[in-house]
Design a protein around this ligand. Sequence first.
Ligand SMILES: [Zn+2]
Length: 458
Amino acid sequence: MATSATSAATSAATSTTSATSGGVLLSGGTVIDGTGAAPRPDTDVLIDGDRIVAVGPSAIATADTVTIDVGGHTVMPGLIDSHCHMTFGEPSSNDELFFHRDPSTAMLVAAFNVPKLLRAGVTGFLDPDGISDLGPALRDGIEAGLVEGPRMAAGMNALLTAAGGTAGRLIPDEGIAGYAHVMRDRSEMVRTTRQQVKYGADWIKILVTGSLPNRAGELTVWSLDELRAVTDTAHALETPTVAHCRNAESTRLAAEAGVDLIFHASFLDEPALDAVVESGAAIAPTFTFLANLADHGAKVGAMTTQVDLFRGEIAATAMMLRRAHDAGVRLLCGSESGFSLTPYGHWHARELEIFVDALGLTPLEAITCATRNGALALRRPEGSIGVVATGAAADLLVVDGDPSVDVTILGDRSRLRHVFSRGRAVDLDRPWPERAILPGEKVGLWSERQLTWEIAHP
Ligand SMILES: [Zn+2]
């Protein structure tokens, strides 16, 4: 991969800072460090500012240190959600997403929703593409303290070809709609990639497959040469690329083109697996949306015609992803939060369950996918964030229970005792945010069903 992790002030906090302020000592918990190592009981974790400054049997506290007894609880890195659409505002349909979101309102709604992630234990996330290119401004607003939220890496509009993406003919033939920017030709791919970097994109997102009306599944809608035009341009500007790939061919092409992170990798086959292993690309399968629809969709009136298809996609892909994992491919956990089936703050940990149930990973391996491996999504060097280690970022959870035995605990917000983001405690005691629906936010229906003469005259 030609990209280099940029930002990432990785230097450990100096002894001067820890001596002056005292920091916070999480005392006597069992530490899951995010690397896959066995849990360490009776281990102290000392944080000072935005750094973990000591991990060990008895970290040195000063008179100024605030000590929190976390005996009987688990201390672990905060979750990193590698696939979360913060600007979508939980739409129930593509119509709503594309035609009922104006930029100013979408930003207000995103600012309302983003604190929910922290309160669900998410201390970092990648928003790969957003409507109206809002991502970088939201990221900068969080960093500047305008909005309370996790660390964020932001993409801008997803790049599509005229064949479209995940919304069929709602996607225009060229130009911008919602999260999509439709490329006319190769030169526009190069120019748009450069522009996105200029305007603050951390990642360039490509929709390599699209759903064409009257065709089952998604088809590959980019050529290898076009994918290379984007990845080479992005990499030359030290920016990684992420690709939506809902079939084997697109996954292979993305890997061959040098894409850094592949979403879905659905129906991965042998050539695609070989290409991914060869290229060093990471994969965030993002099964959560499909699994939520399949397992719980009927409870909320979801369209369930595709349930068997989605179950088949998960099963077929999981088997191959297990092999990818065994071959050293980094897997990341992403929830695709941002839709009505994946509302913010509810499902960020479900991908871990699926990694355990469908891929057969151990809970500790799944936790590594949702913590240490997530450094890539945030463009940080591995080991500088998403781990409990001296010098790493102070993003931590204190959990009631043992996620190394049962990862489902991480999806239950009532089990979160403390969340630390950048070394600061998140207030978990406030009521969960509630709001009313805004004018024009939802697709208005004349009726749910046709009023036939027979219904009117039973
Ligand atoms: Zn997505």
